[in-house]
Design a protein around this ligand. Structure first.
Ligand code: ABU
Length: 479
């Protein structure tokens, strides 16, 4: 049996293999293009059914060459098609070509971002991306890095806050810390609770302040929570605002929260993992007014900008604090202590992929204007979808979209709240199983809403109508 490469003569990396690599990559791209035309975005199979259809086994013998292309195609077939405009299930979706190319290039360069020695140009590229983002935020001074995810950016912000308020905790641990409190809205990302627990602060150190019905933090509830916490002898450490909430994509009042953070001596973090990208467009940056007052910002360009998953960024205006909080002696790797170009000294983990490259290449090629247009288009179709919803008497719109997220309910007249909630969940489950349009559901303000995250600039108003028709017909069929 002949293998993809003849193991006796050639090994992966040899010229003969790289020849076939380019045709294999072309085959993957062609098949990806072909899949765009297909109606079904996801096959609804149980783990057992999927495992029985796809040959997962790893064997001793090499794969026969004629089986490789079919294997790659099947792998694509059985994966979720996130490239369709009708993939609206998560906060990421359709990617663009420069993002894909930049990610491929990062894999080709195959290095770690730990030190200047092994990633000189990539380090400068990461710093340039950070500089441009910091400028958009309005930081005069900045520091930062690409992190392993928005959750980890929030963790690094927590560590920065601790370092600023209790630098001794780094060596001495938490034993002498007062009972600290971290204030977030009840719509904030779950990572604050998870990482407060992992940091040893305990889940109860996170105070989840009620939000308004559309999902933005209620300022008067925050004042009440702060006063109660201080009266109980707690130490208010951090206030974390959300710029683009996970469910409804709305913005907390950053200006008011920044002012409050100053007066209460709180570390002010803005979790702009989803909504940070609105800073790129002059049409939308007003939603983030006040972000320049943040001590730290999380921002994930992969969420709205078509950069492949993932590209999470953490920025702070406190230079030197990341190293203070995280650098560790390891002279086998970091030969020059204090070298500002050894980004590994600011990082939670050692080996870090060159995630900034794909964003840098996208920005370089499309320009800020091109990236901004993507957001403007997606927002425009989200607003159009919201308008269509408002015109239908049996639909309810949660709120005017601030980002390209549209949350709504199908609401038959005269139905009780709980019955409506159950109906909407059933509608989503039915449509999700059919696989022609993938959107999620979520709870907010006691409602189960259908949540469409538009992540493609190709999404059309006709596709919006198709979604509403499908929701309405499915609901009627279910009742
Ligand atoms: N990191 C938040 C992910 C939530 C979502 O994609 O729906």
């Amino acid at each position: 049996m002949q293998s993809c490469y003849d193991a006796a003569e050639t090994l992966p990396g040899d010229h003969a293999v790289s020849e076939s690599l380019s045709s294999l990559i072309q085959a993957v791209l062609n098949y990806r293009q072909q899949r765009q035309q297909e109606a079904c975005l996801r096959l609804n199979l149980s783990p057992q059914e999927l495992a029985s259809r796809f040959d997962l086994r790893l064997q001793t013998a090499p794969l026969p060459p004629e089986q490789l292309r079919p294997l790659l195609h099947t792998l694509q077939d059985y994966s979720v098609n996130t490239q369709s405009p009708l993939f609206m299930n998560q906060l990421y979706g359709q990617i663009h070509e420069m993002g894909l190319l930049g990610d491929f290039l990062a894999a080709c360069l195959n290095t770690s971002m730990a030190t200047w020695e092994i990633a000189p140009l990539l380090t400068l590229i990461e710093k340039e991306v950070l500089r441009q983002m910091a400028q958009l935020i309005g930081f005069d001074n900045f520091d930062g890095l690409l992190t392993p995810g928005g959750s980890f950016s929030n963790l690094q912000a927590l560590l920065l806050a601790r370092e600023k308020h209790f630098p001794e905790a780094r060596k001495a641990g938490l034993a002498k810390l007062p009972p600290v409190r971290i204030f977030v809205s009840d719509q904030a990302h779950y990572s604050f609770v998870k990482f407060a627990q992992i940091m040893g602060l305990g889940q109860s150190s996170v105070v989840r302040v009620p939000s308004h019905p559309k999902g933005n933090l209620d300022l008067s509830a925050l004042h009440t929570a702060l006063a109660r916490s201080k009266a109980q002898g707690h130490y208010p450490l951090m206030l974390a605002a959300t710029a683009g909430t996970t469910v409804s994509g709305v913005f907390d009042d950053l200006e008011a929260l920044a002012a409050l953070a100053v007066s209460e001596n709180l570390w002010f973090h803005v979790d702009g993992s989803y909504g940070g990208s609105l800073l790129l467009s002059p049409e939308t940056r007003h939603f983030l007014k006040g972000i320049e007052g943040a001590d730290s910002v999380a921002w994930n360009p992969h969420k709205m900008l078509g950069v492949p998953f993932h590209c999470p960024v953490l920025l702070t205006r406190h230079r030197g604090l990341l190293e203070a909080a995280l650098s560790t002696e390891a002279d086998y790797l970091f030969h020059d202590p204090g070298h500002d170009f050894n980004l590994g000294q600011k990082s939670l983990h050692c080996g870090r992929r060159a995630e900034a490259l794909k964003f840098w290449l996208s920005w370089k090629v499309y320009g800020q204007r091109g990236l901004a247009q993507r957001i403007e288009k997606m927002r425009a179709v989200a607003i159009e979808l919201a308008r269509q919803i408002q015109q239908k008497p049996d639909f309810f719109l949660l709120c005017e979209p601030e980002t390209p997220i549209v949350c709504f309910q199908y609401r038959p007249e005269g139905w009780e709240r709980e019955a409506i909630n159950q109906l909407n969940r059933a509608v989503r489950e039915e449509l999700f199983a059919q696989g022609e349009m993938l959107f999620n559901y979520a709870q907010i303000s006691g409602l189960t809403v259908l949540r469409c995250v538009i992540s493609s600039p190709d999404f059309t108003p006709e596709q919006g109508q198709k979604i509403l028709k499908a929701v309405s017909e499915t609901a009627q069929a279910l009742t």
